[in-house]
Design a protein around this ligand. Structure first.
Ligand code: HEM
Length: 92
């Protein structure tokens, strides 16, 4: 079985998805659609919406998220970010 090939987006494209109803964020070079997830975020929907359309790698890492949080990213993954400046985190 082959893996789905996910699209690649630029930060410019990601930046259009910057509202509560259409909320993408970049973490470690990967694009996550957080539109549905934001309301369920233990750190609050506001926290997610504040970084909508942006590279939130440093925010995600600085908060010291658990392995469980890193696991949750998998369900939100929609593609790669071609020009992200995010840190490369081996565990993500
Ligand atoms: C889609 C990406 C994210 C996921 C899946 C996620 C998931 C989680 C989870 C599961 C927790 C509970 C604690 C833990 O298990 O670590 C948490 C807490 C928290 N998150 Fe996130 N998070 C995401 C993005 C972010 C971002 C971008 C920020 C900051 C801008 C942020 C800020 C926080 C804060 C401040 C808490 C602590 C809440 C508290 O302890 O009261 N999160 N997050």
């Amino acid at each position: 079985m082959t893996e789905d090939i996910k699209p690649s987006y630029t930060l410019e494209q990601v930046s259009k998805h910057n509202t509560i109803d259409d909320c993408w964020i970049v973490i470690d070079g990967k694009v996550y659609d957080c539109t549905k997830f934001a309301d369920d975020h233990p750190g609050g929907a506001e926290t997610i919406v504040d970084v909508a359309g942006q590279d939130a790698t440093n925010d995600f890492v600085d908060t010291g998220h658990s392995e469980k949080a890193v696991e949750m990213l998998k369900d939100l993954y929609i593609g790669e970010c071609s020009d992200s400046i995010g840190l490369v985190i081996s565990s993500l």
